[in-house]
Design a protein around this ligand. Structure first.
Ligand SMILES: Cc1cc2nc3c(=O)[nH]c(=O)nc-3n(C[C@H](O)[C@H](O)[C@H](O)COP(=O)(O)O)c2cc1C
Length: 188
């Protein structure tokens, strides 16, 4: 498959449809090597990865469930259970963490965008190796208690949890915007 075909066929696989096997250590290395090739103004490397796999997935789910009840003691049981299972489907989750340098001549927006490109590159590399993947955030990515437990520093943000695994079934295609509708000509 050429590169354009691969891009045309790209789509996310919902995390609940992702299971074993996940990437081998060599495949993970290949995926990460691809992801760090993103455009990065000023070579700041304004991102890092956190691997969540094995029993750490359930531990993070338990942490989320406890925090969900702390945030809202009346949270419905079904919602809390969903949070508990959030990281238990895909065998591997890579949290992409932005490491921002405030006040740098490379604006923070560009540092964040570079991290967004990393997230997308992870999806593409995982798909190129035959895996399914999905980029998720959810409330936990923005919750200060959860991010502190993930070990984030003051200048860091979760840009996404990239869930990677083997798709149990083909994901449905979603309707895509018509690019012609989005294209305008600048006229002087
Ligand atoms: C920054 C970001 C965060 C996202 N977070 C969620 C999320 O928390 N829950 C969700 O259902 N989809 C989320 N999505 C959407 C999915 O990643 C994905 O786009 C969607 O499942 C459609 O798949 P596609 O990649 O084939 O368009 C997010 C997308 C982005 C870019």
């Amino acid at each position: 498959m050429n590169a354009l075909d691969a891009l045309r066929r790209r789509r996310s696989v919902p995390s609940r449809l992702l299971g074993e096997p996940g990437p081998t250590p060599d495949q993970l290395r290949a995926i990460l090597s691809e992801a760090v090739r993103v455009p990065d103004h000023g070579k700041l490397t304004p991102w890092r990865f956190l691997r969540i796999h094995g029993p750490a997935r359930q531990a993070l789910g338990d942490l989320l469930a406890a925090r969900a009840l702390e945030r809202d003691p009346a949270a419905p049981q079904a919602a809390v259970d969903k949070d508990r299972q959030r990281f238990s489907h895909a065998p591997l989750i890579l949290a992409v963490i932005a490491r921002l340098t405030p006040g740098h001549k490379v604006p923070e927006q560009e540092q964040l965008l570079s991290g967004g490109a990393v997230c997308f590159a992870l999806l593409q590399a995982a798909q190129a190796l035959g895996f399914g993947a999905q980029w998720l955030t959810g409330w936990a990515a923005y919750d200060p208690v959860v991010t502190a437990r993930l070990g984030l520093e003051e200048n860091e943000k979760v840009l996404g949890f990239i869930h990677i695994g083997t798709a149990a079934e083909e994901a449905p295609e979603r309707q895509r915007p018509d690019p012609e509708q989005l294209l305008g000509d600048w006229t002087p």
